[in-house]
Design a protein around this ligand. Structure first.
Ligand code: GCO
Length: 255
């Protein structure tokens, strides 16, 4: 049955950075497709509130509070899940930050902070997830890239480099883990209406640029990632490996 290909009933998805924004939207979509969700965030209040609103509509939600740059906390979170008998079948490496500054004014510490949060975290969390997926012989890893996985924009160099790295990390994961039944793929969102991008929406010139430059003539909504996330989390993508799928209203396809 074609519809069963997209059914996530019985699986568990860990979505990093899922107390708001794109992560929350994808977590909700995966839950609606049947998955139990492990919500993650660093801020206890925001995480608790997100978990409560998902539970209120009947979803199964576990909370794993950790900072994605804290390796010891990541390892402990996976050990906690193990101890509770929760196996992560689907990992969405979504957590990320932005820091906009021209490179000649950019401090090395800020460069490192963005790379650690947006790229190294996906390796560390991916490693912990894959160690457990490999013996089970199946798993889905979805890394969140960006238009900057493929094209640069002035003032966001560390973000661009991290997201370019996400594209290649996805391929590195494929090279090592596809043989164990793990499909690693990426989603490259275009300009989306999130808190992270509010400053860009509020900038009239930037907003006009996004609308003019995007063939769909509008910003994307977080929920518009759900279809691709469910596809990449489900049996429908069991022979799809190492791809980055752009959900961008056509922006990268045109000059
Ligand atoms: C920026 C934005 C980016 C974009 C993303 C689109 O400053 O350019 O914050 O995060 O939204 O690159 O994929």
């Amino acid at each position: 049955m074609t519809r069963q290909l997209f059914d996530l009933t019985g699986s568990t998805a860990l979505v990093t950075g899922s107390s708001r924004g794109l992560g929350y939207a994808m977590a909700t979509g995966l839950a609606e497709a049947g998955a139990a969700i492990v919500l993650n965030g660093a801020n206890a209040d925001r995480l608790g509130a997100a978990a409560a609103s998902m539970r209120a509509v009947g979803h199964t939600v576990h909370e794993a509070r950790f900072d994605v740059t804290d390796e010891a906390a990541i390892v402990a979170a996976f050990e906690n899940l193990d101890a509770s008998g929760i196996a992560v079948d689907i990992l969405v490496n979504n957590a990320g930050i932005q820091f906009r500054r021209p490179m000649v004014e950019l401090a090395t510490a800020d460069w490192r902070r963005v790379i650690e949060t947006n790229l190294t975290s996906a390796f560390v969390i991916g490693r912990e997830a894959a160690k457990r997926m490999i013996p089970r012989g199946h798993g889905k890893v979805i890394n969140i890239g960006s238009l900057t996985s493929d094209a640069a924009r002035a003032t966001v160099a560390p973000y661009t480099v991290a997201k370019g790295g996400i594209k290649m990390l996805t391929r590195a994961m494929t090279a090592e883990w596809a043989q164990y039944g793990i499909q690693a793929n990426a989603i490259g969102p275009g300009y989306m209406l999130t808190d992270m991008n509010q400053a860009l929406v509020d900038d009239a010139a930037f907003n006009a640029w996004v609308i003019g430059r995007t063939p769909a003539r509008r910003w994307g909504k977080p929920g518009e990632l759900i279809g691709t996330a469910v596809f990449l989390a489900s049996a429908a993508s069991d022979y799809v490996n190492g791809q980055i799928i752009y959900v961008d209203g056509g922006m990268l396809a045109v000059l």
